[in-house]
Design a protein around this ligand. Structure first.
Ligand SMILES: Cc1cc2nc3c(=O)[nH]c(=O)nc-3n(C[C@H](O)[C@H](O)[C@H](O)COP(=O)(O)O)c2cc1C
Length: 405
């Protein structure tokens, strides 16, 4: 009798032999992946990824602003089939998500940019390679025939910039994404405290941290040396000398960047051009009037201007003015599929994520990136069903409200 009862209730999971998959099996949310990343990465590396500028007000508000929005769900609307598909810049995607450009991706895991580009291609989403990436455009193109965007910072050396852009075009990158929120590098105080450089240099603290995180250290030691690959491919430098990031970027990036430069960059590119880092309605209007194909509403994940507007708060006022005229990408603080639903309901046409896939990469390599994409897609589908919206076209402003308390 006891045996029968036990037999009816006992279920054993088949043991998972792959350690990365085992870690993913135990994760239920992106916050869980962040916790795993924190356990696996040396503290300085985790803080480089996770941190923001100064008091991290913008970083915190980006996620909080999504939480402060609540749904106004509708019921009894036949949710038998949910269609999350949409278009980004006129191209079909299974759901409107872009993998954001992140500098030095290989610091999270040696597979870095190549893993993220492959994961994006597998599901038909765009991947953006950063100018500060650790793989060149050609290396990414060699592993991904998917949709590829190239992100540029505007360098003082315009010849170098032109050369990087030409290489991206040769490698079939077809969207140029110009990041415009880096007149100077934001003060990331976690990096200041740790004296963090890229690549990390070997001081006592790093050796100690490396011993505490042997998995990361061994992979780092036995993988190809990391460098700023796009810069190295176009300049005389190897791009592999350890640099203080703030010093390096402030020396290389052109703070005199203006709207005229955007015109010049557009003249170099035959595909769509978008600017990333728009943080006001006024600039969204200028971008539209200049004929840009899209804007990324972004405060660089809270890594630049600390008291910047929370991106979720910016979407509706921008969409009211320029909605329908150009692509409006919502970037910063997205941690749930429901956040994508909220952004689209407010008037964004697509969303971008940075840290979530870096946590996935650090927690479990390429399968971790797959996990994040699937988690957001499933969450989007579920919240659409629970809100009574069967398609992206049905995500409208009446579906969300700001919490009054
Ligand atoms: C580690 C890290 C590196 C980044 N590097 C770049 C970069 O090279 N170029 C860029 O335009 N944005 C960069 N960003 C910003 C992301 O593209 C994106 O705007 C931001 O991560 C979105 O916020 P989220 O992390 O909350 O999703 C970086 C972000 C992180 C976390």
């Amino acid at each position: 009798m006891i045996v029968d009862t036990l037999k009816s209730v006992m279920r054993f999971r088949r043991p998972e032999l792959n350690a990365a998959h085992r870690r993913l099996q135990k994760a239920a949310s992106i916050e869980d992946l962040r916790a795993i990343a924190q356990r696996r990465l040396p503290r300085g590396v985790f803080d480089y990824i996770d941190g923001g500028a100064e008091d991290e007000v913008a970083l915190d508000r980006n996620t909080r602003a999504f939480r402060e929005l609540e749904f106004v769900p509708r019921v009894l609307r036949d949710m038998g089939s949910i269609d999350t598909s949409s278009q980004i810049l006129g191209r079909e995607v299974p759901f409107p998500l872009i993998l954001a450009p992140t500098g030095f991706t290989r610091i999270a895991c040696p597979d870095g940019e190549l893993a993220v580009a492959r994961a994006a291609q597998r599901v038909g989403l765009p991947y953006s390679l950063s100018t500060m990436g650790t793989r060149s455009a050609a290396e990414v193109a060699a592993v991904s025939g998917g949709w590829k965007w190239f992100q540029v910072y505007v360098w003082r050396d315009r010849g170098l910039l032109q050369d990087m852009i030409a290489r991206a075009a040769e490698s079939d990158f077809d969207v140029l994404c110009i990041t415009v929120d880096v007149a100077m590098l934001g003060r990331r105080e976690r990096d200041v405290r740790r004296g963090f450089t890229l690549p990390p240099t070997m001081g006592f603290d790093i050796i100690w941290e490396g011993l505490r995180r042997p998995g990361w250290s061994l992979r780092f030691a036995f993988s190809d040396p990391i460098s700023f690959a796009s810069v190295a491919a176009s300049a005389d430098t190897q791009g592999s000398t350890a640099v203080d990031l703030a010093e390096f970027m402030n020396a290389q990036f052109d703070p005199s960047l203006s709207w005229e430069d955007i015109d010049w960059l557009r003249s170099l590119w035959s595909g769509p051009v978008i600017i990333k880092g728009v943080q006001s309605v006024a600039d969204a209007v200028i971008a539209r009037d200049q004929g840009l194909d899209g804007i990324v509403l972004s405060n660089h994940g809270g890594r630049q201007l600390d008291s910047a507007p929370a991106i979720a708060d910016l979407v509706a006022p921008v969409a009211d003015k320029v909605g329908g005229d150009l692509e409006i990408v919502c970037d910063g603080g997205i941690r749930r599929g429901g956040d994508i639903v909220k952004a689209l309901a407010l008037g964004a046409t697509s969303c971008m994520i940075g840290r979530p896939y870096l946590y996935g990469l650090a927690a479990a390599g390429e399968p971790g990136v797959d996990w994040v994409i699937e988690h957001l897609h499933a969450g989007m589908r579920r919240d659409m069903a629970l809100c009574g919206a069967a398609s992206v076209a049905e995500l409208t402003g009446e579906l969300v409200a700001r919490r009054s308390s």
